[in-house]
Every structure is written in structure tokens, then in C-alpha cells.
Design a protein around this ligand. Sequence first.
Ligand SMILES: *[C@@H]1O[C@H](CO)[C@@H](O)[C@H](O)[C@H]1NC(C)=O
Ligand SMILES: *[C@@H]1O[C@H](CO)[C@@H](O)[C@H](O)[C@H]1NC(C)=O
Ligand SMILES: *[C@@H]1O[C@H](CO)[C@@H](O)[C@H](O)[C@H]1NC(C)=O
Ligand SMILES: *[C@@H]1O[C@H](CO)[C@@H](O)[C@H](O)[C@H]1NC(C)=O
Length: 464
Amino acid sequence: MGRIYFRPTCILYTLYAFLGAIICCRPMLKDARATVTSSIPTIARYFTTKGRYEEVNPHLIGDIYAVNTSVLQALSPGCREMHLSTIIRHGTRYPTSKSVEKMQRLYNLIVHNASGNAIWVREIKEKFVMRYTEEMDGRLADKGVLDHKHLAVRLSKLFPSLVSREKLRGGKISFVTSSKHRCVNSTLAFKRGLTDLWSVEEEVEHTVNDTLMRFFDECPRFVKEVEEKPGSMAERDKFELGPEMQRVGEKMADRLGLPYNLINADMAQAAFHFCAYEFALNTVNSPWCRLFDEVDAQVMEYLNDLKQYWKRGYGHLINSQSSCILFHDLFSRLDKAAEESKSGGPISEAVSIQVGHADTLLPLLTLLGLFKDEVRLTAANFAAQGGRSFRTSRTLPYAANLVVALYDCDEGGELRVQALLNEEPLTFPGMEAAPLYRVLRQHYLPLLKSCVFEEVCRLPPQRK
Ligand SMILES: *[C@@H]1O[C@H](CO)[C@@H](O)[C@H](O)[C@H]1NC(C)=O
Ligand SMILES: *[C@@H]1O[C@H](CO)[C@@H](O)[C@H](O)[C@H]1NC(C)=O
Ligand SMILES: *[C@@H]1O[C@H](CO)[C@@H](O)[C@H](O)[C@H]1NC(C)=O
Ligand SMILES: *[C@@H]1O[C@H](CO)[C@@H](O)[C@H](O)[C@H]1NC(C)=O
């Protein structure tokens, strides 16, 4: 790590950590220094939606502005980029108040009642400063601002003629965001990343559109049949009380020196959150991470994946269908650019930047048929699902992003599509890499014809 630390971008990170520590509270200085020496928690790749973007793209740890141009290798060198549509999750955020409350309870329990005498138990009891408060309620963190600023710069390097100064000033880059603070602030950060890069003084506008970016709130059938329905998450709930989770709790209780009955699944989740947040927010490998070995972390990851699977993924059909509106919005942007390109005219929208939530991205990825395993995720098949492709630690870290780029490769006016997820090439199920747009459209034609938000989201008539 020492080697990496001296690279300029890492110095920036460290400086940021130090400044944060000084501004925030002095005891944190110790944590900030630990950043330099300590490594990444070994369990950091199991943090699901609480994971750092850098874990998915480790080359960014050395250089946060590094782009891997070979992700566009499926295209021939002569191809010209014509249009870019992106859907991006907000950056690193603070825990929600509900989560903070559980963390507070665990912290108090350990301080007052844990009798374990490992060094790190004493560190939690004596040195750890409980800074998490309920007012943090899911706000975007400073790190989250950087996530978006840096992503903006990387996309400008990856798509230089689209994410460009000229296109920004010409109003060819549109911004749409969910109304949530953390999304609006992520959008501002993304724009700032570009305006700072090119010293653009003009205001760049964005619009708030929850119909599009928070469709899940506006889909009555989803709300009624999943969100509010007892039992819709039964597999997750069963797993929470099952033998794997029980074992995690017992091991944690043993390590802390607490009776088994005091460590339930909520407490295990709280400890996992401590480890994840201390790392995501402060780049600290905290003593909390010592409460889990790798298998424990895999169990915690599965618990969270089960939640995502049944709430936003393949678990219930309406989960993905609720994103029909975003699906159509995406294809209508692509259609428009493809038509404008075909008729030789200028492309009116070069780039579309849309900022939302993990809950926005996952239903869409699911609708597109991505990361689908043959066997469903259930409470009973943790061991068999070890190699599953539905793994939100990989797909949905903070600032997770789906990028769909259209290219003109001189094929008689036909365009090609290259999709990226988190800056890695994405192949649509059953399709070749970088297919013709016409072929992609054909592939999704059944959805393009039938996936109508108002229809799928309508509640079935009540039976008396
Ligand atoms: C760059 O992208 C290519 C193609 O996806 C991949 O094989 C390679 O591992 C990537 N390199 C890095 C440093 O991530
Ligand atoms: C924890 O310790 C406190 C103070 O020593 C004590 O009052 C309380 O009963 C203990 N709680 C449990 C659950 O053992
Ligand atoms: C968003 O940013 C503004 C200005 O930087 C700040 O005042 C506000 O607290 C931020 N909101 C959230 C939810 O992070
Ligand atoms: C939000 O997006 C939808 C779908 O593209 C569109 O129909 C609607 O007009 C937009 N609403 C606002 C307020 O821009």
C-alpha cells in the first residue's frame, strides 16, 4: 500500500481524509492515519449496495482518473461515437436513520456488556468514536461528491467527442435526477466535475423527474404486492432466521464475549454496516471488520442479495416491470439519436445523464434480463448459489452506472451499441458483443411492444 500511497491521486485522497478528520473531530486523526498503513478490509468485496465503487474497479485505487479504453474493443477503430445514455446511482452516502439507530444499539451493547479481550474489542470500546447520528439520514457524503466528479471526468475521457466542453456549452448534455437530496447533490457533483474540468462558467440545468427515476414509488401494483405485502420477502426473512445467519451471530457473540441471545440478525447487520461505512466514508479498515471472517461476510452478502432479489430483482415479476417507463425512455432516446444519425442531421441530445438509486438500476437491469441465474435465490440455497451472477456487490456499488453508447461504424447508416456496467463491457443476454442497434431493438421488441407502465402497474380489480 505504501507504494500506491505516493501516487498523486492517493495523496489527494489522504489529504481529503485528513481534512475531513480535522474538521469533523480530532480523535478521528488516528483513523485517518490508519488509512495510510492499513489495507482494505478483506471482506470489502461483500458489501453489496454499501460497497465502494473502487472495489469493482480496483485499477481506480491507484489512479481515480484511469480509464480502460479496451472496454470498447468490440468496436472497430473507425467507429464514431454518436450518443450516450447513462443511468447512474448516487454516490457514497451516510447510513439512514433506521440503520444508525441499530448501529447505536450495538455500539452501546458492546461498550457496556462485551467481555471479549481481543485488542480490537478494546479498540471498539475505548477508542472508537461514535459519530453516526440519525440526522445523517442517507445524505450524500463528501466521498459521494467525489464519486460523481471523478466518474464525470472518466466518462469525458472514454467518450471525448460526446462528453465534451462544446456539447456541454451547447446544451447537448441533458441531466435528469430523482428528487432525493443525495441524487440531486450527485447530479450537481457530476456537473461540477465537468465544469471544473473545462472551466465552464455557465449554469448547466437539470430537471427532477421522479416518475422516471423513482418509478417504484409510483407503481401501485408494486407498492401493494411487494413493498407493503407481508410475505413478499419470505425467503430473505427465512434466511435471516436460518442456520447460516445463526452461526454468524454466534461467532460474533463469541468474539465479543456476549451471550448468544443478545446478537440477533439486526445486530449482525449493524456490525456489517459499521465495517462498510467506516471503509466507504473514511477509507478505514476498522475493528468492526474483525467481527466477520470471509464466510460470515458471504452470508451477510447473501442476506442482502436476497433482499434485493425479492424486492427489486427477479423475485417478483412486477419488480422489473415497474421500470417499463425507464426502459421506454432509454429506447426512445436511442431511437431518436439513431434516426437523426440516419438522416444525416445533427444529434439533438449527445448525452443523457440520469441519476437515481440502486432501486432504479436493478429493476431495469432485471427487465433487460441481465445477471439472471437458472435457479432462484432462496433461503435454502446459499451454498449452491456461491457462483451466482446476481451479486449486487459487483453490480450496485455507490455510483454504479449503466452506460449505453451508440456508434456509427459506416455500416450503411446502421448504428452499433456498446453497453457498459460500471465501466466494464456488458453483453446483453444471448447477444454478441456490440450488436447492431437494429438487432438489439429486435431482441427487446416484445418488451418494446408490451411493457407499458400504466398497464403493468395497475392494480387488478378487487374481488369482493
Ligand atoms: C480493461 O478492459 C478489458 C476488457 O474488458 C479487460 O480485459 C481488462 O482486464 C481491463 N483492464 C483493467 C486494468 O481493468
Ligand atoms: C449491560 O450492562 C449494563 C450495565 O452494566 C446492565 O445494566 C445491563 O443489564 C446489561 N445488559 C444486558 C442485556 O446484559
Ligand atoms: C447538498 O449540498 C448542499 C450544498 O452543497 C448542502 O447544503 C446539502 O446539505 C446537501 N444535501 C445533502 C442531502 O447532502
Ligand atoms: C418525466 O419523464 C417522463 C418519461 O420520459 C416524461 O413523460 C415526463 O414528461 C417527465 N416529467 C417531467 C416533469 O419532466
